[in-house]
Ligand binder design. Structure first.
Ligand SMILES: *Cc1c(COP(=O)(O)O)cnc(C)c1O
Length: 474
């Protein structure tokens, strides 16, 4: 009996051809292409058959062409919507790795746009008409800003570290202080990267204290280089000791091996001028004796994702000859964006205005509070008495492992629900993430918490304008 019902219902299902031939089907096919529409319809019909099998009595509308076509259209719409979208980062972490790190300046957007539309001289020397080297496009700015002889650019800093180790210390030993064997965001662990590069890690000293004598003991004829790694997302505090750059550099020279300093964030200017904490700059690391430095392009530097290796010309030459360099190289868009950002560093007086990451990081609490006040007022009006919207002081983080502690005085908008249940807050956070420009905040102190540091005055209208679309029942 049940089987018979199946069969009758299966027979009532329209064929793919019939679906494609009706007006609605023809419109979808014209929009998305007949092949993908055919596949999608087949898939929807299969789903229908499974649903009928699971419950032959329940579903009645399967013979309805419109029903199936609508489902297919929805599936195609989902397939075609952009999965990578701009969001409002109101998490309080400015350089948020999961949210794409540094926003790029208009200058970089313009240069990227210009080269992405057609052919460019990415590896072509326009003066002699011969093959060029893509690193030449950014090398002069990089060497000038870091005080080095040569530089090369790869996919990210993880790639930079891997390439340096593989080029200079394959099948060799690399002494590293135990206090610096860090994990940076899950998949980048110094010991793992060493192993992948074919280098043998030699752990030196203890977690909190490492002395020059420990390094000296670790040196042998098998040593390929000495490496120092910025602890980035982690601080060693209290009873600590580490070896100075100049001591490591001297020891490396005595053993005729390079001293490599992985700076992580890699600042090109002293950002304490802009009210941020003091970090060793790339230039200072070189002055202190590093033969090579590596750092990210999209952390404190504020550029596109890439990894920069700079230092002694003979070492860079060796690194560029490694076949891995070809696999890790960056594309023309990255080079265009990086070059535009480096040029902004040429004028430190306008940098804080023109470089969005620095502008956001150095934004005053007063300025943030002004926007937070406005927003709190607009949101309160909209939510009326179903929520209490206020603003309060908070602390933002730089992010991307640059100083792992809350440090930047900021201001947040806090939305507290009248019926304060944790579940409702989770739903509210979800509704904000489902807005046309998703808003990413966090739940904190029984409220939905939006750090306004990364929402500038110009964005206010776009932010408030979409709130009417918030899909949330109080
Ligand atoms: C962030 C970081 C890396 C990895 O850089 P990516 O650009 O994210 O690949 C490597 N080393 C240190 C010390 C870092 O802080």
């Amino acid at each position: 009996m049940k089987n018979e019902l199946h069969t009758t219902k299966f027979r009532a299902l329209p064929s793919v051809d019939r679906l494609l031939q009706c007006d609605y089907g023809a419109v979808i096919a014209a929009e998305y292409g007949s092949q993908i529409v055919t596949e999608t319809l087949r898939n929807e019909l299969k789903n229908c058959r499974e649903l009928i099998k699971a419950n032959p009595l329940e579903y009645k509308s399967f013979s309805d062409e419109k029903y199936i076509l609508r489902k297919a259209e929805n599936a195609l719409e989902n397939l075609h919507c952009s999965l990578l979208r701009p969001v409002f980062n109101l998490t309080g972490t400015v350089l948020h790795t999961n949210l794409g790190r540094a926003p790029l300046p208009q200058e970089a957007i313009d240069e990227v746009k210009a080269v992405m539309q057609g052919a460019s001289n990415v590896e072509f020397n326009l003066s002699n008409g011969k093959r060029g080297d893509r690193d030449d496009l950014v090398e002069s700015w990089l060497t000038r800003l870091t005080g080095t002889e040569a530089a090369t650019v790869v996919n990210n800093n993880a790639a930079a570290v891997l390439l340096v180790l593989n080029s200079l210390a394959r099948r060799k030993e690399v002494p590293v202080s135990r206090g610096e064997l860090v994990e940076i965001g899950g998949s980048f662990r110094i010991p793992d990267v060493m192993a992948r590069a074919g280098s043998k890690l030699v752990e030196v000293g203890t977690t909190n204290r490492t002395h020059l004598a420990d390094f000296a003991d670790a040196m042998s004829t098998k040593t390929g280089l000495i490496m120092k790694i910025h602890t980035s997302n982690y601080v060693v505090q209290g009873f600590t000791a580490s070896v100075s750059d100049s001591d490591l550099s001297r020891l490396a020279r005595e053993h005729d091996v390079p001293f490599v300093n992985d700076l992580g964030s890699g600042t090109l200017l002293d950002f304490s001028k802009y009210g941020l904490p003091k970090e060793q700059t790339a230039f200072e690391a070189i002055q202190a004796g590093a033969d090579l430095i590596t750092f990210s392009g999209d952390k404190l530097l504020g550029g596109p994702q890439c990894g920069i290796i700079a230092g002694k010309a003979d070492l860079i030459k060796k690194i560029k000859r490694n076949a891995l360099k070809r696999a890790l190289r960056v594309d023309k868009l990255t080079l265009a964006a990086l070059n535009a950002v480096l040029k902004l560093y040429g004028n430190p007086d306008t940098l804080a205005q023109k470089l969005p990451s620095l502008r956001l990081l150095s934004r005053s609490q007063k300025d943030i509070q002004k926007v937070a006040e406005d927003l709190a007022k607009s949101l309160q009006e909209y939510f009326s008495d179903s929520a209490v919207v206020s603003f309060s002081d908070c602390k933002s983080q730089i992010g991307s492992g640059a100083m792992p502690i809350d440090i930047l005085p900021s201001c947040a908008v806090k939305i507290s629900l009248a019926s304060s249940s944790g579940k409702k807050l989770v739903l509210l956070a979800k509704a904000f993430r489902e807005l046309p420009i998703p808003v990413v905040g966090r739940i904190h102190q029984d409220a939905f918490f939006l750090d306004i540091r990364c929402l500038e005055k110009e964005d206010e209208e776009r932010f408030v304008g979409q709130i009417v679309q918030l899909n949330f029942r109080f």
